[in-house]
Design a protein around this ligand. Structure first.
Ligand code: SF4
Ligand code: SF4
Length: 404
């Protein structure tokens, strides 16, 4: 685990603990903070321990100055944007670190910058095959164990809190927001396609997901150990990194499509192309938490007024004001509708039996899932790649001879 991974993990978990504290559950914060600290210290890994010390100093300063964001009392939109930007910044630094590591290997120089294992999160097929190996054969991959961990993280977020990963954590979603805003500075009007085009386009991401699942499910179980030991798998991350560092025509076309979709309509990439979005969309149907409209408080039903502020604020164009429970696979639990609603009790992100999760609660849940699981995996030895640097250096020099 590199220093930036350690720092992000320690800061995120400390922030979760401090949010528990500011929500009034002081004992809960004390116990969870103690457990996280004990786990990190027991790792005896200096970057994690130093990161924990930095996070503790940050928490101490926050307790003194009490900024709104730290207390979790800011509005949902501010909370979400704060979390999104910090995670995106961390991913950007990790991405640069990964790129430098790969470029050095490609040039035949032993990297002086560590490979961040979290980069394996961008290997969803490898992650799927590894999960299949764990479930069917009880085998843990030694080359990219973080791929299975991060896929599990994403699956868990979908099962528990809908597509909150897309709305609160994905850096591509955030980049898409900026692109969309940039486009609307020059071309003001919305360019929404008619429903008969929108629906088949939305299905594209499910087709891409099917193609990925076909590779994972189609691989015979008995072939998996051979695949996990293959050179192809060992440098899957390097191939992925080179795909971005030295873009060919295919890469540029892919980027062009992604950027155009994001600029064309809000969440265009998430809505039409992203297979992760499709996977989370399917899982989100099982999530007990959904946006729910309480007709006893909603101005439409309670006062007979015309109101559609929730729907107008929704980036996914969901008609929130016409539904009771938002089951849509496009809902990213962004809580913009909750923020826009003039009646405090009318809209909530809640379970069927009325348990509500505030923006602060969702932040705690999301950050805990996203960072506690990698910490446990790290402590258990299921995070760091065991592929020797020499092997990676040799294989990247002979990429053209390495096939499936
Ligand atoms: S329904 Fe609400 S939470 Fe869901 S995407 Fe729309 S604005 Fe966000
Ligand atoms: S914004 Fe609130 S009050 Fe208005 S329709 Fe939506 S849920 Fe009802």
């Amino acid at each position: 685990m590199s220093f930036i991974e350690s720092l992000t993990l320690a800061l995120a978990l400390t922030y979760s603990v401090s949010l528990i504290y500011w929500s009034g559950k002081k004992w809960g914060a004390l116990v969870s903070g103690g457990l996280v600290s004990a786990a990190i210290i027991s790792s005896l890994y200096w970057p994690l321990i130093v990161a924990l010390a930095i996070a503790a100093i940050g928490a101490g300063l926050a307790a003194k100055f009490k900024p709104e964001l730290i207390q979790g009392e800011s509005r949902a939109n501010n909370m979400r944007e704060g979390v999104q930007h910090l995670l995106a910044l961390s991913m950007l630094i990790v991405g640069v670190q990964f790129a430098v590591n790969t470029a050095l290997l490609k040039s035949g120089i032993t990297p002086w910058l560590m490979r961040p294992d979290v980069g394996d999160a961008f290997l969803p097929i490898a992650g799927g095959i590894e999960l299949k190996a764990i479930i069917n054969l009880g085998i843990w991959d030694k080359n990219h164990p973080a791929a299975a961990v991060m896929l599990t993280v994403v699956l868990l977020t979908g099962l528990l809190c809908k597509r909150a990963f897309c709305g609160w954590a994905c850096p591509l979603g955030l980049a898409g927001e900026y692109l969309y805003k940039l486009r609307t500075r020059f071309i003001k009007q919305e360019l929404l396609p008619p429903a008969w085009i929108d629906w088949p386009l939305r299905m594209l991401k499910y087709l891409l997901l099917l193609a990925l699942l076909y590779i994972v499910i189609g691989m015979p179980t008995m072939s998996i150990p051979g695949y996990l030991n293959s050179n192809y798998h060992k440098i899957a991350d390097l191939k992925m990194a080179l795909f971005f560092i030295t873009p060919g025509l295919v890469t540029l076309v892919c980027f062009g499509i992604i950027l155009s979709l994001a600029a064309w309509r809000r969440q265009g990439f998430c809505r039409y192309i992203c297979p992760y979005g499709a996977l989370l969309g399917i899982l989100s149907f099982l999530s007990p938490l959904k946006i729910r409209r309480n007709t006893e408080h909603c101005l439409i039903d309670a006062k007979g007024m015309n109101c559609d502020k929730c729907s107008r604020s929704c980036p996914a164009n969901i008609s929130v004001h016409k539904q009771i429970n938002i089951r849509s696979d496009e809902c990213q639990a962004c809580m913009r509708c909750v923020s826009a609603c003039p009646k405090k009790e009318a809209l909530s992100f809640s379970t069927r039996n009325g348990w509500k999760l505030s923006a602060r609660g969702l932040t705690i849940m999301l950050l805990t899932i996203m960072f506690l699981l990698p910490l446990v995996a790290y402590l258990g030895g299921f995070w760091h790649s065991e592929t020797p640097v020499e092997a990676r250096m040799y294989l990247i020099q002979h990429l053209d001879k390495i096939g499936h």
